[in-house]
Design a protein around this ligand. Structure first.
Ligand code: AMP
Ligand code: ZN
Length: 434
């Protein structure tokens, strides 16, 4: 049941002690990097000032801008020849941040992924199809090595080429897949096009969904359509990538591996720490990375720690499904809205297809939201009244959640743009329409 019983079920007091030790090592290591060396000197801080996790607040937060400013090697804390791998964030705005690993760093990361996938039920003998891009993006190689460590047979197909994905799945008896949730929804329409049904025509039983925010409703759709149990996988390149936090078989929040990361949740405005259970921005500190330690990294991801123990027996605390990023929040007519609120409502309405897009416009100094929604084929080709009823229902449902009335356009299945990577949900045209 456990990949590493000792590590996964360690009593919290011992986890805390372990964190103190690892934090001291990490801070001493970080002080050797250009960035933290200068930062500590400017603050008059020495590694000896950080004795335990209680001292963490003496260290300022690290942001993506810090990583960009001391680009590319400013955070590296080992001689350059110790580095064996580079990855980067998939960010589309600004310069992508890069992360470097030593061989030991990669080993620790691989172990976290093996632990995570094993926890969700993958075993030696499973056939694992990795449908994430193999590139600078961490989702490909991270899962790849983790799955090999578990002992699964890995099909390193990468992203895209939907028909080939389906062909591989059915030819080689894929039992577990790693897939971006928006792509999992899209792939269902390709199954339909090919006249195939994953429940009948594949041996799938597990899906690991990660890399982008998605709702419980989307998980349920994926589970129903593919006949699998789907597990949420959270991570970010700055903290290695996937393997930071993962769901166990209870599917009641994601265990965050506290023997590898220190977890804080802060109020993103005041930057003050929040209590367990309160929603805010996740801040993480690496504890095992030597090549490029990062202290108190502001992830911009919004979540909360779920109070209480998990029935699975693991002691590492759980975080809730990510609600979105602080920079994903749309402010429309003064109302704060996250794309996931729209996704959640849409995916719960029968007849809604697998993709949608939010367009923001500004006319006469007024903001307008247009939601384009793909509908299922039989509805699209059905009668007009049915379509209009669905459109009205969507407006009602969205309005009750986001409090403004969006314009809703129903469109044909597969007509909205689809990326191979993370979905682009929002097109904001307001800037140029002032
Ligand atoms: P990258 O560094 O390019 O891999 O992007 C990491 C970001 O992807 C995170 O900071 C999150 O915003 C997002 N992300 C990754 N996994 C998830 C997930 N399971 N749920 C929600 N957002 C996620
Ligand atoms: Zn659990």
């Amino acid at each position: 049941m456990y990949w590493n019983r000792e590590a996964e079920t360690m009593p919290m007091e011992r986890v805390r002690k372990l964190q103190d030790t690892l934090l001291r090592d990490t801070v001493a290591q970080a002080a050797g990097s250009h960035f933290y060396g200068e930062r500590f000197a400017a603050l008059g801080l020495t590694p000896a000032d950080i004795r335990s996790v209680d001292d963490l607040s003496k260290i300022p937060f690290t942001t993506k801008d810090d990583l960009r400013e001391d680009w590319p090697y400013g955070f590296v804390a080992v001689p350059r020849e110790e580095l064996v791998r580079m990855h980067s964030s998939s960010g589309t705005t600004g310069r992508a941040t890069v992360i470097f690993h030593t061989a030991d760093d990669l080993d620790a990361w691989t172990d976290l992924l093996a632990r995570s996938m094993y926890m969700a039920g993958m075993r030696k003998g499973d056939v694992f199809q990795n449908m994430m891009t193999y590139s600078l993006f961490t989702g490909g190689l991270g899962f790849h090595y983790g799955a090999e460590r578990v002992g699964a047979l890995v099909i390193p197909v990468g992203a895209g080429n939907s028909k080939r994905q389906i062909q591989l799945m059915s030819d080689f008896g894929t039992t577990a897949m790693h897939i971006i949730p928006s792509y999992a929804l899209h792939l269902s329409s390709v199954f339909e096009e090919m006249g195939l049904d994953p429940r009948r025509d594949t041996a799938l039983k597990l899906a690991f969904l990660g890399a982008e925010p998605h709702s419980e409703e989307t998980r349920r759709r994926v589970e129903d359509y593919y006949g699998v149990k789907a597990f949420n996988s959270y991570g970010l390149s700055e903290m290695n990538g996937p393997g930071v936090s993962f769901e166990c078989s209870c599917q009641c929040g994601m265990h965050i591996w506290e023997d590898n990361f220190i977890v804080e949740v802060i109020d993103p405005k005041t930057m003050e720490p929040l209590d367990e259970g309160e929603e805010g921005e996740l801040v993480l500190t690496t504890l095992k990375r030597r090549g490029m330690p990062i202290l108190r990294y502001r992830t911009k991801d919004l979540t909360r720690i779920i109070p209480g123990d998990c029935p699975c027996g693991r002691t590492h605390r759980r975080i809730e499904r990510i609600k979105g990023r602080t920079d994903d929040m749309m402010i429309i007519k003064g109302v704060n809205i996250f794309p996931i609120q729209i996704e959640k409502r849409l995916m719960d309405i029968p007849g809604v297809g697998s993709n949608f897009q939010i367009i923001l416009e500004r006319k006469d100094y007024n903001d307008h939201m247009i939601v384009k929604v793909e509908v299922q084929r039989e509805i699209f080709t059905g009668n007009l009244k049915q379509l209009e009823d669905l459109r009205r229902k969507i407006i009602e449902e969205l309005k009750s959640d986001i409090l403004i009335t969006p314009k809703v356009e129903l469109v044909e299945p597969n007509s909205l743009p689809k990326t191979e990577g993370k979905a682009v949900r929002v097109i904001d045209n307001r800037e140029r329409q002032q």
